[in-house]
Design a protein around this ligand. Structure first.
Ligand code: S3P
Length: 430
């Protein structure tokens, strides 16, 4: 749905709030709940478009999933061999996680399936999963030799396999781990930096035989997965917009409750603290195998820093809003080794350079990152979302500290990960 939002400069950002459930964990709760034996009850599930794509795909494969009061989901697991051939193409919408993880999972089934997605997803690279899956014995066809969706998968037997992934990608790693459930021996995946480990944690939680070693992870095939309770924490990637909003708008103080702070996801906290941001983690606890905390954030004078290396995969989805924080910081911020940003929902380097530039920020693109000269006052104006939820929300944060109203065009995309973003933003902005 294409719509526009007009954001006025904020007086301050204040109050207490919570953000919706973690998108990555919500996807995995459906997938593993479906493959488990017995019932899995998911509380805190993110009812966004991306996760509904996963939910609909599993319903289409015969998995009973019912919604209870408060958005709680009951999944009646069908076991590793209980999925049925879907009668139609499975539509992953905008969701790269749905498409890449399902490609792995479907490779090991005894049926045929086809995955497609929206105009953005059909442009994204898929060879990163189809190449290693084919090496395991998977039969996958797709446009451009398996690089682009739609992907047609003729499921069948898979072999034990080791893959040294050239990219730190949780989607690649998870696709191979899910395929590994069906292989004839162990599957190992190594990666250059540790990407988010929600699959490993949840597989372990469900009773899979999965083990980490330095630089990688190994899974043994054909475990008995046992259904259970999953309580999904708030999504740190959604909290990130509010963290930056409170840091950059003078007079702000915000408490964000129940946020997942898994170390493979909390790079945004490390980055913002290194920039001088005052963020406290309160009452850190564990929930369904994931660390969770309340985050207290107060307006701070930020300074520019260099960001690269292992911080990039730990904050990959937060880089657009980091570039907003950098525009309001004193001095230069350099983001390097972040080439992956070019193949997200859109090219997020090009998008942020273009849209922040329209408000007067000094931002320059490089092949694998960007340089932001902070401290320039931003003006009001009109910007585009590029059909990308995180670009739209990042520009909303920038608008809070602009000198006049900012119109953000085509903001319906925020429903993919954060359906109540706009009302929640208005509830804490004064
Ligand atoms: C995700 C992994 C990341 C991330 C995406 C969600 C996941 O993608 O950007 O939003 O749930 O596994 P990559 O694996 O491409 O880095």
């Amino acid at each position: 749905m294409s719509q526009n939002q007009i954001i006025e400069p904020a007086g301050c950002v204040r109050g207490e709030m919570s953000v919706p459930g973690d998108k990555s964990i919500s996807h995995r709760s459906i997938m593993l709940g479906a493959l488990a034996e017995g019932r899995t009850r998911v509380t805190g599930f993110l009812h966004g478009e991306d996760n509904h794509a996963t939910l609909n795909a599993f319903r289409a494969m015969g998995v009973p999933i019912t919604e209870q009061e408060g958005g709680v989901l009951d999944i009646d697991g069908v076991g590793l061999d209980g999925l049925r051939e879907p009668a139609d193409v499975l539509d992953c919408g905008n969701s790269g996680t749905t498409m890449r993880l399902m490609t792995g999972l479907l490779s090991g089934q005894s049926f045929f399936s086809v995955l497609t997605g929206d105009q953005y997803l059909r442009r994204r690279p898929m060879r990163r999963v189809t190449v290693p899956l084919r090496a395991m014995g998977a039969r996958i066809d797709g446009r451009e030799g398996g690089e682009k969706a739609p992907l047609a998968i003729s499921g069948g037997p898979l072999r034990a396999f080791t893959w040294n992934s050239p990219v730190a990608s949780a989607q690649v790693k998870s696709a191979l781990l899910l395929a590994g459930l069906y292989a004839d021996g162990p599957v190992e995946v190594t990666e250059p930096h540790l990407s988010r480990d929600h699959s490993e944690r949840m597989l372990n939680h469900f009773g899979a035989r999965i083990e980490r070693f330095t630089g990688g992870v190994r899974i043994e095939p054909r475990p008995r997965l046992a259904g259970g309770e999953i309580d999904v924490p708030g999504d740190i990637s959604s909290a990130a917009f509010f963290l930056v909003a409170a840091l950059v708008v003078p007079g702000s103080e915000l408490l964000i409750r129940n946020v997942g702070v898994n170390p493979t996801r909390s790079g945004i906290i490390d980055i913002l603290r290194a920039m001088g941001g005052r963020i406290d983690l309160l009452d850190t606890r564990e929930q369904s195998g994931e660390p969770v905390a309340d985050l207290l954030v107060r307006h701070s004078d930020l300074k520019g820093i260099d960001i690269g290396g292992e911080l990039i995969p730990r904050a990959i989805d937060e880089m657009p809003v980091v570039s907003v924080a950098a525009a309001f910081a004193e001095g230069t911020t350099r983001i390097t080794e972040a080439r992956e940003l070019r193949v997200k929902e859109t090219d997020r380097i090009a998008a942020m350079v273009s849209e922040l530039g329209k408000l007067g920020a000094r931002v320059e693109a490089f092949e694998d990152g960007m340089v932001i000269e902070g401290g320039e006052a931003l003006s009001g104006g009109q910007v585009e979302s590029w059909g990308d939820h995180r670009i739209a929300m990042s520009m909303a944060v920038a608008a809070l500290r602009a000198s006049g109203p900012v119109t953000i065009r085509d903001t319906g995309c925020t429903a993919t990960s954060f359906p109540n973003f706009w009302p929640l933003l208005h509830s804490v902005v004064q």
